[in-house]
Design a protein around this ligand. Structure first.
Ligand code: GLU
Length: 425
């Protein structure tokens, strides 16, 4: 019996939707959110499940399951990425959709939140299979997405090419080119300069602010990065250029560690050439779990959910935890980190640079006028710095940790606009 109870607890801790909801409930309680608003905000607006038939290259048909959860539209069109992975679940997509609502509210951009996912293994699919699957998924969502409705973007295992296919499919159905239906497009296809780097750059900006606040110095700051994709790889590169000492980094198979610091440009060149970090000279191999517990000042999980849990939270040694991934820390780990004095830059603030630049892309598409990269980066800097200070001020004024402060700030903004609009009940 005891074992069963333990299992249930583990399953729950690992359920990102439950992690999101427990923080939401905590923040809503502190805000004394009225019951009607609470009931409306704790559920998504719409959940779409669609079964996607795809002709595989050998001629047979495979049917994939796809989701799009549209969590909230109060502040504007829903916004959020689409991920392709074998372990996508509806609860995960629900959590990610809600996080998008809170994220867009934390950085105060005029969007609600959504997320999509398809259960598939992109590493086992050809480009043409991925293209057919993406187009059919888009066709199924035609009535629900659009520049004024819901604007998808890249997430895990989707990229600029995926966004180009979505934009093209949507445009074929609309009978004219609609660039603002997705963000994260190639620059030559109405994408924004700086979008590819924006999540990593946003992380650098908020880490810089935290380092200043805690009277630390970049050159004396050792950084451990989990993940070396669009978020981790770019954040590590930009931080290395800024003088931070990156002592460890990983990919999906494992990591490398050198306490004296890694030359990140060489690490990234090795990764590009060999498609793995394995056998990188001048470093020791570490597993993805050992990596999280290494000595460092900044830990930057930029891979996936549930990496820091009640099992390992007490062994996390960083001063600053900057969440590049969505939901890398479970709710059960929050208290341990707080007790140990870790300064957490929560995901809905730390990785908001991507969606902030998506907002710039959407604006540029609608204007048909594109900005220089300096302009994009300067505007990103302004928003990320202001949001960091909004959250830390809120935390200090209300005597709560940064994560709860970010949730409170976000829920308060969404609740305010919902009250002003009125609930169509
Ligand atoms: N997938 C990214 C995120 O989780 C970007 C979303 C977007 O740009 O809409 O924030």
């Amino acid at each position: 019996m005891a074992a069963l109870v333990d299992d249930v607890r583990t399953i729950r801790e690992e359920n990102p939707f439950e992690s999101m909801m427990s923080r939401f409930d905590h923040a809503a309680q502190l805000l004394q959110l009225d019951l009607d608003l609470y009931k409306v905000l704790r559920v998504p607006n719409r959940e779409i499940t669609t079964y996607i038939p795809v002709f595989m290259d050998d001629g047979h048909i495979e049917v994939f399951t796809g989701y799009r959860v549209q969590h909230n539209f109060a502040r504007g069109p829903a916004k959020g990425g689409i991920r392709y992975a074998p372990d996508v679940t509806l609860d995960e997509v629900r959590a990610l959709a809600a996080w998008m609502t809170w994220k867009c509210a934390v950085v105060n951009i005029p969007f609600g939140g959504a997320k999509g996912g398809i259960i598939c293994d992109p590493s086992q699919m050809s480009q043409s299979e991925l293209e057919r699957m993406t187009r059919r998924y888009t066709a199924e969502l035609i009535d629900f997405i659009g520049p004024e409705r819901d604007v998808p973007a890249p997430d895990m295992n989707t990229n600029e090419q995926t966004m180009a296919w979505i934009m093209d499919t949507y445009s074929m159905h609309a009978r004219h080119t609609v660039t603002a239906v997705v963000t994260g497009k190639p620059i030559d296809l109405a994408g924004s300069r700086g979008r590819r780097e924006a999540t990593g750059r946003g992380l650098l900006i908020v880490i810089d602010e935290a380092v200043k606040k805690l009277a630390m110095k970049p050159e004396e700051t050792r950084v451990v990065v989990q993940g070396s994709g669009n978020v981790g790889g770019i954040a590590a590169t930009l931080m290395h250029e800024k003088g931070y000492k990156i002592v460890a980094i990983s990919d999906i198979h494992g990591g490398i560690h050198n306490p004296k610091g890694l030359d990140i440009s060489r690490v990234m060149a090795h990764l590009a050439k060999h498609r793995t970090l394995e056998k990188y000279p001048e470093a020791d191999p570490v597993s993805n779990h050992e990596l999280l517990e290494l000595d460092c000042e900044v830990l930057l999980p930029a891979a996936t959910e549930n990496q820091i849990t009640s099992n390992n939270a007490s062994r996390i040694k960083c001063k600053i935890l900057a969440e590049g991934a969505n939901g890398p820390t479970t709710a059960a780990a929050d208290d341990v980190l707080e007790r140990n004095g870790v300064f957490v830059i929560p995901d809905i603030l730390a990785n908001a640079g991507g969606v902030t630049c998506s907002y710039f892309e959407w604006v540029q598409d609608r204007m048909g006028y594109f900005w220089k990269e300096d302009v994009v980066n300067e505007r990103l800097q302004d928003i990320m710095v202001a949001s960091f200070h909004d959250v830390s001020k809120y935390a200090e004024t209300h005597g709560v940790n940064n994560r709860i402060a970010a949730y409170m700030l976000a829920i308060d903004r969404v609740a305010y606009i919902t009250r002003v609009r009125g609930i169509y009940a």
